[in-house]
Design a protein around this ligand. Sequence first.
Ligand code: ZN
Length: 290
Amino acid sequence: MSIDVEDYFHVSVFDGIVPRHLWERMESRVVANTTRLLDIFEEFGVRSTFFVLGWVAERYPELVRTIANRGHEVASHGYAHRLIYDQTPAAFRSDVRRAKQLLEDASGRQVLGYRAPSYSITPRSLWALDVLLEQGYEYDASIFPIRHDRYGIPVSARHPYAIPRSRGALIEVPGSTTRLGPLNLPIAGGGYFRILPYWWTRWGIERVNRQEGRPAVFYLHPWEIDPEQPRLRAGRLGEFRHYRNLRRTELRLRQLLTDFRFETVGAIAANTRVAVPQAEPVGFPLPYSW
Ligand SMILES: [Zn+2]
């Protein structure tokens, strides 16, 4: 289970509509929405990973402390929610370093995991893996093995694996997909969870658990359970992706937590590290160099 902790106006769909210098002036709803998620998880006895945006941690350090104190894993969603492939390696380095520092100061724990804004580690930005290792991250959850207009490496592995780099191995924990013919289809989280009917997610996770014997990685954002958030204009596709079924999402989440058991992403990454030498080939063929 994972939550990307950001406000509704941080979403990449609103880049250019709510420029960064206006973030301060927007009505913030992230603390209330994240607290509601914490209450739901407590009700179901679920531990989750919260990939918190550094910008949020800087303004609401007590929220980060609360997440950690309530038994969850605090991980990093970077500082400023910039797509990685739009940044230089130097800018990305300072973004992830700043986020890690803020999150560790606020939580009092070590931060080992990272998830990129909009899954933006793609063939264009694989250098980011080296920067993450250099900055002390041990796992990443940013490579989605699907085709999408903004992200994805469709040929990459569908289950957690180690990526060998010159500095060591980074554990990659991809978002979950199910395989249908030649396609990897996303099954677990975000817009796919809200927009498609609930049975799709349940069927997909069952398939991954039962047929493949692997855990599924689910993700959601605090704003996805907030139908009262202010409406922003983002064009037809953007608005469909952001606002569809907000009213139904909390109920669906409760159903999901009834149907499956969940752990933190860090726990999956730790198991992957142990399992890799015996079970999994670390190198797999890709049409470009890692
Ligand atoms: Zn995000």
